[in-house]
Design a protein around this ligand. Structure first.
Ligand SMILES: [Zn+2]
Length: 345
């Protein structure tokens, strides 16, 4: 019974997740006052007192067909701060102010909560937290590197005693890549940055699933590792290609990520429970913390003061968890090394 209930809860959460992230038109942009505002703005180039340079460009009547260097500055093109995006943003702010005066709670616009930009960054809090996550991953990796290559003894062939060193190097690179694109995506959400963020996250999740299986089952020989890695890599690669070149399906992606995430949390959780690993409590905290953090992605709430939403908080919780995770990895390297050395004596 308990397991059925769990399964139901999981399915429900996953479907809620896909709803929250999957709908790209939302209550906010269906509002006729907002719609009229955007239409007006695209004609006049202004919302109230605010007028936008980019709108003059296209509503001048001049078609933009001069050489590229006479058109909008390239950096602005990259940011896609065109007329429509400016209009949508300012109409959203105006409409949300009116709604707030009437005592209404915030609604989503085009699939996103109304965030306030800071220096052109769309979700400044998520940007800062993603950058911090990147820094913590880098710190964890560097300290792991120093531990296994400089502090712990090396084998006669200059390799580390710890059998999973290579896996953690790949893990660290994929994690840093993923946080880098998360930082970019939250700064400016366009199709390209979204794809890069989602694809890197899927790659990281897939690889950490391989890592969980290989470590938890003590797979030391090459053949067994390949047997685990090959199907997961094939599946993840197919999924990434499907998302980018066939259909960018948010619902499907959430199911795939959810399944891979739950699988590795279960593997680590069970392993931490049954193994006599001296640092298993650290792993336990990471697993329980990770599972609780997923709740933040499910109970999606609007940004407080236009800045801190559930997703930003989720990125905040991964910072201490990542720190503890690398602590566990370093303990594990030490533990394996010392038990291998004891055996050798
Ligand atoms: Zn994010």
């Amino acid at each position: 019974m308990a397991s059925c209930y769990y399964y139901y809860w999981l399915l429900l959460s996953l479907s809620l997740l896909s709803l929250a992230r999957g709908l790209h038109s939302s209550a906010g942009d269906a509002d006729p006052i907002y719609k009229t505002c955007v239409e007006q703005c695209e004609k006049t180039g202004c919302v109230g007192e605010n007028c936008f340079q980019h709108c003059k460009f296209s509503s001048d009547g001049k078609p933009i067909d001069g050489p590229w260097y006479l058109q909008e500055p390239l950096y602005l093109q990259w940011k896609q701060w065109d007329c429509r995006s400016d209009c949508r943003y300012h109409c959203m702010l105006t409409r949300e102010e009116e709604r707030e005066k009437l005592g209404d709670s915030p609604v989503k616009y085009h699939g996103k909560w109304p965030f306030r930009r800071v220096y052109g960054l769309q979700e400044p809090v998520s940007v800062a937290l993603s950058a911090l996550n990147l820094a913590i991953q880098f710190h964890g990796w560097v300290s792991f590197f120093i531990l296994v290559y400089y502090k712990l003894p090396l084998r006669p062939n200059k390799k580390t005693y710890y059998e999973y060193t290579g896996f953690f190097h790949i893990y660290a690179i994929l994690a840093m890549n993923s946080w880098f694109w998360s930082t970019v995506f939250h700064s400016r959400d366009v199709e390209l940055t979204e794809r890069l963020d989602y694809s890197s996250a899927v790659a990281l999740l897939g690889f950490s699933l391989i890592l969980a299986i290989v470590r938890a089952f003590n797979m030391r020989d090459e053949a067994a590792r390949v047997m685990v890695a090959a199907p997961v890599i094939a599946f993840v690669t197919t999924h990434i290609l499907y998302l980018n070149f066939f259909k960018f399906d948010y619902g499907l992606n959430m199911k795939v990520c959810g399944a891979m995430g739950v699988a590795q949390l279960l593997i680590w959780g069970i392993w931490a429970a049954v193994s006599r690993h001296p640092s298993r409590w650290k792993l336990w905290v990471v697993v329980v913390g990770g599972a609780l953090a997923v709740l933040l992605e499910i109970y999606d709430f609007p940004p407080y003061q236009g800045f801190v939403d559930a997703h930003a908080l989720w990125h905040a919780t991964t910072i201490p968890l990542t720190y503890l995770w690398w602590c566990f990895v370093k303990d594990d390297a030490e533990f394996r090394t010392s038990s291998l050395l004891k055996k050798a004596k």
